[in-house]
Design a protein around this ligand. Structure first.
Ligand code: C2E
Ligand code: MG
Ligand code: MG
Ligand code: MG
Length: 279
C-alpha cells in the first residue's frame, strides 16, 4: 500500500516502483487512514456443522477498498501489515469490529477471527483482547481465533503463554490452512487446537483428496475437530460427509458476504439452500 499524490488515498504498494516507496511513507499510517476512512470492512463466511446442517460460526474476512473503488485482497495487504507491524492496529480493529457486529447484527453462536502469529508475539496482546471483550461485552466463549501456520516464526514460550491466557478467557483456537507449510506440525505439537482447518488445496486436486482421510485421522487423534475449507460443489460436500468431517466451509455453502448478518440463527442449510428456518 502506498499513499498516492499527497492525498489521503490508498493504492497498492508496488516494491518495484520507486515512487511507491517514497521517503517517509509509513504503511502503518496508511492502514490507519484506511480504517479512519471506512475503507476496511469485514465480510462473513458461514461455517457449517455437517452433522446438524447448522451454521456454527462465521469467519470474519477483511476487505480493503481503495478510494477509486478497487478492492485489494487480504493476501496482498496482510503480509505487508505483518512485515511493518501495522497488523497490530489492523488486528485490533478487526477484533473490535467483529465483536460489535456479532452482538449487533450477526445471529450466529460464534465468530472466528484470523489472528496473525505476529499478534500473538506482541507484548500485551492478551490484555488488549481482554479489553476489547470488556468494552464490547462479548464473551470469550463466542470467539475463536484462527492461527495460520503460514508465517515463518519460531514459536516461543511467550506465544504459548499468551495462548493459555486467551484460552482462560474462553477463546478457542483453530489452526488455519493446515497442510500448506511445515510449521503446522510444530503448532500441533505445542498447542491444543479445538479445530484444525485443512487447507482448501486438498479439495482441489485428486492427490490432495486422497490424503484427506489420513489428515483427518491425524487431526482427530490429536483431539481436534476437522474442518475442510474450499467446498465448491456438491460432490466435494458429499465426500466430506462420507469421511465424517465435522465442519465445512466454502463457496458452495456460502460466500463471504456482509448480508449474512440478516440470516436468522436457526436455519438449517442444505447445499446452500435454507431448508428450515426457525424464527
Ligand atoms: P483464510 O483464513 O484461509 O480464509 C479463507 C479464504 O478462502 C478467504 O479468502 C475466502 O474468501 C476463501 N474461500 C472461502 N471459500 C472458498 C472456496 O470455496 N473456494 C475458494 N477458492 N476460496 C474460498 P480471503 O478472504 O481472500 O482471505 C485470504 C486470507 O487472508 C485468509 O485466508 C487469511 O489468512 C487472511 N485474512 C483475511 N482476513 C484477515 C484478518 O482479519 N486478519 C488476518 N491476520 N488475516 C486475514
Ligand atoms: Mg481463516
Ligand atoms: Mg489463511
Ligand atoms: Mg484457511
Amino acid at each position: 500500500l502506498a499513499k498516492g499524490n499527497g492525498r489521503n488515498c490508498v493504492r497498492l504498494f508496488d516494491p518495484d516502483d520507486p515512487e511507491s516507496d517514497e521517503e517517509g511513507e509509513d504503511i502503518a499510517t496508511l492502514l490507519k487512514i484506511a480504517i479512519e476512512q471506512n475503507l476496511i470492512s469485514l465480510v462473513y463466511q458461514p461455517i457449517q456443522d455437517l452433522a446438524t446442517g447448522r451454521i456454527e460460526a462465521v469467519e470474519a474476512l477483511m476487505r480493503l477498498r481503495t478510494i477509486d473503488g478497487k478492492s485489494i485482497a487480504p493476501r496482498q495487504f496482510i503480509p505487508v501489515a505483518e512485515r511493518t507491524g501495522a497488523i497490530a492496529e489492523l488486528g485490533e480493529w478487526a477484533l473490535r469490529t467483529a465483536c460489535r457486529e456479532l452482538l449487533e447484527e450477526l445471529q450466529v453462536p460464534t465468530i472466528s477471527v484470523n489472528v496473525s502469529p505476529i499478534q500473538l508475539n506482541l507484548p500485551g496482546f492478551a490484555a488488549s483482547v481482554a479489553a476489547i471483550l470488556d468494552e464490547t461485552g462479548v464473551s470469550g466463549s463466542r470467539l475463536t481465533f484462527e492461527i495460520t501456520e503460514g508465517v515463518e516464526m519460531t514459536i516461543r514460550d511467550d506465544v504459548i503463554d499468551c495462548v493459555s491466557e486467551l484460552k482462560r478467557l474462553g477463546i478457542r483456537f483453530w489452526l488455519d490452512d493446515f497442510g500448506t507449510g511445515f510449521a503446522g506440525l510444530s503448532w500441533l505439537r505445542l498447542i491444543d487446537f479445538d479445530t484444525v482447518k485443512i487447507d482448501q488445496s486438498f479439495l482441489h486436486d485428486a492427490r490432495g483428496e486422497a490424503m484427506l482421510q489420513d489428515i483427518a485421522g491425524l487431526v482427530r487423534n490429536r483431539g481436534s475437530k476437522v474442518l475442510v475449507e474450499g467446498v465448491e460443489n456438491r460432490d466435494q460436500l458429499a465426500l466430506l460427509r462420507s469421511l465424517g468431517i465435522d465442519l465445512a466451509q466454502g463457496f458452495h455453502l456460502g460466500r463471504p458476504d456482509s448480508a449474512l448478518r440478516s440470516r436468522p440463527n436457526l436455519t438449517i442449510w442444505e447445499d446452500a439452500q435454507p431448508i428450515l428456518r426457525i424464527v
